[in-house]
Design a protein around this ligand. Structure first.
Ligand code: CMP
Length: 139
C-alpha cells in the first residue's frame, strides 16, 4: 500500500525568486498537510550526502553546487498516496516536459534549477525526511 508521507525541498532558484508562498499555497490547496518544515541551507557535505545516490551521474557536482548556492525550504508532507500525488503536482524533472499548471511548469528555470524536489518512493521519503528532521520536529 502507498504511504502517507513524502519529502520536499523548495530549491534555491525558487526561494531566490520569492516563490515560497505561492508554492506552499499550491501544495496545501492540493490537500497536503505540513508535518515538518524548516528554512535552512545545505552545506557542501550535507548536499553531497543527500544526493549520494547520484554520485556517479555527470551532473552530480553541478547539483551539489547548485543546491548549496542559497537557502531552501525542507518539509515533510502528509496525504494519502503522498509520493505519487506530489510528483503529479510538481511535474516532470525537466520543466520543458512538465504538464501545464504543475509547480515546475510554473516556477522552474531548467532541469538543474527545477524549483522543487519530491521523493521518488516511500523508502526515499523516509530517508530524506530523517536527513532533515528529528521526531521532535514533527507534528
Ligand atoms: P530532483 O529529482 O529533485 O533530485 C535530483 C536532481 O538532479 C533533479 O531534481 C534535478 O535537479 C537534477 N538533475 C537530474 N537530471 C539532471 C540533468 N540531466 N542535468 C542536470 N541536473 C539534473
Amino acid at each position: 500500500m502507498s504511504g502517507k508521507q513524502t519529502f520536499t525541498m523548495i530549491k534555491p532558484d525558487a526561494v531566490e525568486k520569492n516563490y515560497i508562498g505561492a508554492i506552499l499555497k499550491q501544495i496545501t490547496e492540493a490537500g497536503f498537510r505540513i508535518k515538518a518544515m524548516k528554512y535552512t541551507k545545505l552545506s557542501t557535505e550535507g548536499a553531497g550526502k543527500f544526493y549520494e545516490v547520484h554520485k556517479e551521474r555527470p551532473f552530480y557536482d553541478e547539483l551539489v553546487e547548485y543546491m548549496t548556492s542559497g537557502p531552501i525550504v525542507a518539509a515533510i508532507l502528509e496525504k494519502d498516496n503522498a509520493v505519487a500525488d506530489f510528483r503529479t503536482l510538481i511535474g516532470a524533472t525537466n520543466p520543458e516536459e512538465a504538464a501545464e499548471g504543475t509547480i515546475r511548469k510554473l516556477y522552474a528555470e531548467s532541469i538543474s534549477a527545477n524549483a522543487i524536489h519530491g521523493s521518488d518512493s516511500d523508502e526515499n521519503a523516509a530517508i530524506e525526511g530523517n536527513f532533515f528532521f528529528s521526531t521532535l520536529e514533527r507534528f
